[in-house]
Design a protein around this ligand. Structure first.
Ligand code: ADP
Ligand code: MG
Length: 233
């Protein structure tokens, strides 16, 4: 008998309020959903709908006002800062809109950085970094610094860095927000390709309908609530 898959991410009655001076902003109202392993799940919505807040909650980057997030059986919303840091290093990868590369490090060094935090020796991590940079087409840019690369090239380094540890989940918040259409397609195909290869789960935050096309599921937020949840096959 085929074993029934269980959810990788479980979100239960999640609420997030921000206090800004006299005002309380309810960024997430009462969010519940599950994500299955291997899904490319797009969190879609207009600016201010709560997408980044939700991503930050899923990745344990901020604590909720109420409700909880579980990844596997780990209650990420209740871990200590220290345990969270270890958890993120072990299981999560991140891709940012503004790439967030270290300006004083080369493409090779940036890509290898997550392996350093895992205690892997220099020779082994540089070998892995070289290999993954080759798969993203940057074998001729290994020793270039971020300022010496185009936006698309920098984001390819960002992708290589996110996937080098083969994380269970990769979070991407507007990963193509600063890129042109052609580069956007290249970058999204790369993310999708890695996810398929290693059966990874992707949480993709975007306000661009074109990016939602790459997802297997689209959860639409409006004003901190889920207004639709569509699975494709
Ligand atoms: P999105 O990513 O969909 O554009 P956000 O999740 O960033 O939306 O924001 C959702 C709402 O929460 C917005 O109204 C925003 O102004 C508010 N918000 C986000 N972060 C903070 C914060 N640190 N302090 C106060 N309000 C915030
Ligand atoms: Mg945002």
């Amino acid at each position: 008998m085929e074993k029934k898959k269980s959810p990788l991410i479980r979100v239960r009655n999640l609420r997030k309020e921000y206090v800004a001076g006299e005002d309380v902003v309810v960024a997430l109202r009462d969010i519940s959903f599950d994500v299955m392993p291997g899904e490319i799940c797009c969190i879609f919505g207009t600016s201010g709908s709560g997408k980044s807040t939700l991503l930050n909650q899923l990745a344990g980057l901020e604590s909720p006002t109420s409700g909880e997030v579980l990844i596997g059986n780990i209650p990420v919303s209740r871990l200590s800062e220290n345990d969270l840091a270890i958890f993120r290093q072990r299981y999560l990868g991140f891709i940012f809109q503004s790439y967030n590369l270290m300006s004083t490090m080369t493409a090779l060094e940036n890509t290898a950085l997550p392996l350093m935090f895992k205690g892997i020796d220099k020779k082994t991590r540089e070998k892995s970094a070289r290999a993954i940079l080759k798969t993203v087409g940057l074998e001729h840019r290994l020793n270039h610094y971020p300022s010496q690369m185009s936006g698309g090239q920098q984001q390819r380094v960002g992708i290589a860095r996110a996937f080098i540890t083969k994380p269970k989940i990769v979070f991407a918040d507007e990963p193509t927000g600063n890129l042109d259409t052609k580069t956007t397609i290249e970058v999204m195909e790369m993310i999708k390709g890695f996810a398929h290869k290693y059966n990874q789960t992707i949480i993709l935050v975007t306000h661009e309908p074109e990016l939602a096309e790459y997802a297997t599921r689209v959860i639409t937020l409006a004003d901190g609530e889920i207004i639709s949840d569509i699975k494709k096959d």
